[in-house]
Design a protein around this ligand. Structure first.
Ligand SMILES: [Zn+2]
Length: 140
């Protein structure tokens, strides 16, 4: 049996069936974060030699990553707003997850999102994207 992935809705915490939801990230927020990151770097770059220097405390001022969110269409708190979304039906298998990751790695903004956290622990469960249990797979 093929091993499947389930997206878990951030709203109601239930799995998102094939066509009624998506994994998405707010593109407006990404642009804002990119801008803050540029400012943060510019403020710490030596004008003479272009080197970047900062203290450990400065790290906390670095803009936070934009969170990928999973929602059923009906649970989406801001439907239709500027979002990059991946329909749940297109991210149902490990192969698709790998393809999306390769695709997203071409985007300059990916490091400003928490895609890494999204991937981490998929096999363990508890996150936005989880390996469907065999019982779920049998029922679907
Ligand atoms: Zn939901």
């Amino acid at each position: 049996m093929a091993s499947m992935l389930d997206l878990i809705c951030d709203g109601c915490r239930k799995p998102i069936a094939n066509d009624d939801g998506y994994l998405w990230v707010d593109t407006t927020e990404i642009r804002r974060t990119e801008e803050s990151a540029r400012t943060w770097e510019a403020e710490r770059t030596d004008e003479a030699d272009g080197s970047l220097s900062f203290s450990g405390a400065d790290i906390f001022g670095y803009p936070e990553k934009v969170r990928w969110q999973a929602h059923h269409t009906r649970c989406d708190p801001a439907p239709g707003s500027g979002a990059y979304d991946i329909p749940a039906a297109k991210i149902r298998t490990w192969e698709q997850l790998l393809d999306w990751t390769a695709h997203l790695m071409e985007k300059s903004w990916l490091p400003h999102t928490d895609w890494d956290d999204c991937l981490r622990g998929v096999h363990r469960g508890g996150g936005r994207l989880v390996a469907a249990s065999e019982a779920d797979a049998r029922n679907s």
